[in-house]
Every structure is written in structure tokens, then in C-alpha cells.
Design a protein around this ligand. Structure first.
Ligand code: ZN
Length: 471
């Protein structure tokens, strides 16, 4: 049974029920499961692998609740730098549909490696374009090779332009084929056990790219196999206009008629919601993946995260993209979540809930309205775990998975901020993880990926990206 000892951390953030932050602390794990967390002096003195965390802060591994790893191939894409969601999608759909297995594998590795370097240990990926030989299998294989905890999606698009959807007809799949492959990947890969490294999620893309029938059938299949459901929702006012015109319902009402409100569901973005919809998310247990960078990049709006938190809605963070971010950096995302929640405080709806204007700077803001650094870290860790339906990750406690990362506090980026190193993690500029451990295995050591040689993968990824751009 392989053992791991991490000791001498300047501070260790547990994210346990008491939100304890321990000084000169560490943890001891057996077989990827934490057995002890506490002051270094109280931990065992030897293990198969010993990591010295002197001068570092240790945090639970971040949980990324929304991403499209394949989009690392289309970062900063020509013609898709300065537009909002619908025209941005229309610029990119065909490039995504050209993604083959080889490109998918390279982009999955690149995206996951970048995430690991930003402290992320569990990733949900929302892949939904499976044309040209792309498949879930190569992504799962890549995640296993790198050593990341991976929730893969068998996503889908079935509603092409000719049927009133947004994507071109040649970018969507036939529904029977989607359902057949969904069943195949669940049966082959989904592992519901404690400490699971691989889970499957059914994730039809959005109300404007998937039919009502497929949304219903996906929900029925997910519930039969007890896997989770995910889609994009309430991301833009264009989407809201689409469902109002086509179905005479707001997006949340539309999803409710399809059986899509429940504690096994979470929605990406969830920006344009009213107070009643927030209450329904709380009552039904629906979660939200907050993607602040993407929401700013596409000018989508500002999700009411503090309202969600006050109402008891489960919220995690997602980097989204990487064509709408264009980074896979969870530390950056947590910082942006904190900052964007603050910007929202300075805005007021003058004539309805979805039009904003700036208030005068003298507008009083109560202290509990500010999103703190610790709250943003909570969203990135234990919050994300809840959204993914996991009780075995998100905090550093005995019985939980040994997923954590560290940051070197003795660097220029934190100079002058060390009276509160936990808050410094988000108030100061995002730094690269010094160490990242997933399931008791070191993935990042001294700021470098050590489970594979990532340099040739990057070079290959750049060649694949060029091919997609050129068509
Ligand atoms: Zn997305």
C-alpha cells in the first residue's frame, strides 16, 4: 500500500466543516486516501514518498466544473476574438467538427496539464462535437496517462440549422447514434465508487442545439444509470429570446418541462436568472458552474453568485473554453470570480433585472455582500465537489482523496502579503503550482509536469491547431 507524507507546510487550508487553516502542518495518505491531517509534529515521520512543503501553502485540489478541453486547439481563433456567444459559436463550429482523435488527445493533455499547473486535480470536460473520429475514449485515456481525476461527458448536438438550431447541419449527429454511444461509454467507463478517477456525464450542449426529445431521453438514460446531467443554460439574452420565441418559455421553465431540474443536474453559466429561478435551483438541488473569464470574454453578463450562495444553491467554478477564456487556469478563475462579484455590487438594474448601469461610487455596500478570497476558494474546491456530486474530494480530511496542491510563498508575487497567505493566493497574481498531487500521485513537482514529457505534446498540439485553422 503506497504511502505519502507531505509535511512542514507554512499553512494548510483544510476546507473541512470548521474551515480550519493549520500552521506548520501536513497530511499522511495511504493508497491515495488521506489518513491524517494535522501539525507536522503529530504526523508519521516516514512514508514511501515524502514531500517537504517548507515555505509553501497547501490547499485542496481545485475542482473544475465546466470546460471544453478540445477548444485549446482554437484559442485566440481568427474571427472569434471580438464577438458574443452566437456569432462566436458560428465562427468556430466547423473547426471543432474537424477535430479528430489525434487532435482530441493532444488538446485533452494540454488542457489538463495546464490545469494541473494551476492547482486543479479534478476536471469535468464538456465535449459535445463528436465528428471526424473524435471520441470520449481517447480523452479518458489521456487523463489516465497524465493522472488527473476526470469526469468526461458524452455531450451532443442534434439540432442543425435546417431544424431551427444554431449549428450547421454538418456539425450535428443523429440522435440514435448519440444515445447508443452514450450508453456505451457509461457502461464501459463510469465508476461511481469512492475515490473514482473516471466518471461519465451526459451533457447535451444547449437548448438551441439539441432537440426536446434528446434532452428528455438523455435525462432518462442518465437516471437509469445514475450518472449526472449537464448543459449550458441562461448564458446569454440571445438564448433567452430563442426559448421564448420557440417554446414560449424562459430557459429554466423550458428545462423544467423536460425533467431537467434536480439534484443530479448542473448548468454552466446560469447568468440570466430571476429570483424565482434561483429559489427553484435551491429547492431542486440544481447546481451552477460559474465561468467568470468566459462571461467577460464574450460579454455574456455577470452571474448572481452571492445570491446563489445566500439561497443555498450549489456553485462551483469552471474555466470554460479554452476558446472563450483562453486559459485553463483555475487560480486565475477563482481570482476573477472574486473580482467579478465585486464589480456586480457596483451595478444596479435601472429598468428590469437584466439591464445594468453603474451606481455612483458613494453607493453603500454591506460587508457581507463582498465576495471574499476564502469564499472564492471555497467555490473552487468544496463547492465544485458538491456540484459534481462528490463527497470524497474538495477538502483535506481523513477519508478523502489525497488531492492537493501547493504554492511557493517565498516568491516575488506574494512579497508583502504574507500576514494572510490564504487571502494572498487570490489577491495577488496567480502563480504556478509548485506541487500538485492527485490520488496520492505527484503530477507536478517544482512547477513541472512529471508524469509525462509534455513538450512534444505541445508541439504536436500546435500542429493540430494549425490544421484545424486552415480547414
Ligand atoms: Zn461551455
Amino acid at each position: 500500500m503506497p504511502t505519502l507524507l507531505a509535511r512542514n507546510a507554512e499553512v494548510l487550508v483544510t476546507m473541512d466543516g470548521g474551515r480550519r487553516e493549520l500552521k506548520n502542518a501536513g497530511l499522511y495518505a495511504e493508497d491515495g486516501i488521506i489518513r491524517q491531517v494535522g501539525p507536522t509534529a503529530e504526523l508519521p515521520v516516514t512514508a514511501d514518498v515524502v514531500i517537504d512543503l517548507a515555505g509553501q501553502i497547501c490547499l485542496p485540489g481545485f475542482v473544475n466544473t465546466h470546460h471544453h478541453l478540445n477548444q485549446t486547439l482554437t484559442r485566440n481563433f481568427p474571427g472569434a476574438q471580438n464577438n458574443n456567444l452566437f456569432p462566436w459559436l458560428k465562427t468556430l463550429y466547423r473547426a471543432w467538427a474537424r477535430t479528430d482523435e489525434e487532435a482530441s488527445r493532444a488538446s485533452t493533455l494540454v488542457g489538463l496539464a495546464e490545469l494541473a499547473l494551476s492547482g486543479c486535480t479534478t476536471v469535468f470536460d464538456h465535449s459535445y462535437v463528436f465528428k471526424n473520429g473524435n471520441n470520449v475514449d481517447c480523452q479518458i485515456e489521456a487523463a489516465r496517462e497524465l493522472g488527473m481525476r476526470f469526469h468526461a461527458s458524452r455531450g451532443s448536438m442534434s439540432l442543425g440549422e435546417s431544424k431551427g438550431g444554431l449549428p450547421p447541419d454538418d456539425c450535428v449527429e443523429e440522435e440514435p447514434a448519440i444515445l447508443k454511444d452514450s450508453q456505451r461509454v457509461i457502461e464501459r467507463y463510469h465508476d461511481p465508487s469512492v475515490g473514482s478517477m473516471t466518471r461519465i456525464v451526459l451533457a447535451p450542449c444547449s437548448p438551441f442545439s439539441v432537440s426536446a426529445a434528446l434532452l428528455k431521453e438523455s435525462a432518462a438514460m442518465a437516471r437509469h444509470y445514475k450518472v449526472r446531467l449537464h448543459t449550458h443554460l441562461c448564458e446569454t439574452l440571445d438564448e433567452e429570446r430563442y426559448t421564448l420565441e420557440r417554446f414560449q418559455r424562459r430557459p429554466v421553465d423550458w428545462m423544467e418541462t423536460l425533467g431537467w431540474l434536480g439534484d443530479d443536474v448542473w448548468f454552466a453559466h446560469a447568468i440570466h436568472v430571476d429570483d424565482d429561478e434561483i429559489a427553484r435551483f435551491a429547492a431542486t438541488g440544481c447546481g451552477a458552474a460559474h465561468c467568470p473569464c468566459s462571461n467577460m470574454r464574450l460579454g455574456s453578463g455577470i452571474a448572481p453568485i452571492k445570491k446563489y450562495m445566500a439561497a443555498g444553491v450549489k456553485v462551483g467554478l469552471g474555466v470554460d473554453g479554452s476558446a472563450s477564456n483562453d486559459a485553463s487556469n483555475m487560480l486565475l478563475e477563482a481570482r476573477q470570480a472574486m473580482l467579478l462579484a465585486r464589480l456586480r455590487l457596483g451595478l444596479l438594474p435601472p429598468e428590469g433585472p437584466r439591464k445594468y448601469m453603474f451606481l455612483s461610487p458613494s453607493h453603500p455596500i454591506r460587508s457581507e455582500e463582498w465576495m471574499t478570497a476564502r469564499e472564492a476558494l471555497e467555490l473552487a474546491t468544496i463547492g465544485g465537489a458538491g456540484v459534481l456530486g462528490r463527497t470524497d474530494i474538495g477538502s483535506l480530511e481523513p477519508g478523502k482523496c489525497a488531492d492537493f496542491f501547493t504554492l511557493d510563498l517565498e516568491t516575488i508575487g506574494y512579497a508583502g502579503a504574507l500576514h494572510d497567505p490564504v487571502a494572498a493566493v487570490l489577491f495577488c497574481a496567480p502563480q504556478q503550482a509548485k506541487t500538485t498531487v492527485v490520488n496520492g500521485r505527484i503530477i507536478v513537482r517544482d512547477g513541472e509536469i512529471v508524469t509525462m514529457d509534455i513538450r512534444p505534446v505541445i508541439a504536436h498540439h500546435n500542429r493540430c491547431a494549425a490544421r484545424l485553422r486552415e480547414g
